[in-house]
Design a protein around this ligand. Structure first.
Ligand code: ZN
Length: 59
């Protein structure tokens, strides 16, 4: 079994998100976060920010 996944897949689907309320780090894809389907396991809230800042800013 291969553990090597393409980095592109990891960037799109394996992003880490930090709860704005309790600082819990959650791993989820960005689609889920934008659709407000990611719920913090610590405080049950839906406010997250990306853990890493994007280098490219799309306006
Ligand atoms: Zn939280």
């Amino acid at each position: 079994m291969s553990e090597k996944l393409p980095e592109a897949m990891n960037r799109i689907f394996g992003r880490k998100w930090v709860c704005k309320n309790c600082k819990t780090v959650m791993k989820a894809d960005s689609v889920k976060v934008q659709a407000k389907k990611l719920i913090c396991k610590g405080c049950q809230k839906k406010n997250f920010r990306p853990k890493k800042k994007e280098k490219k800013t799309i306006k």
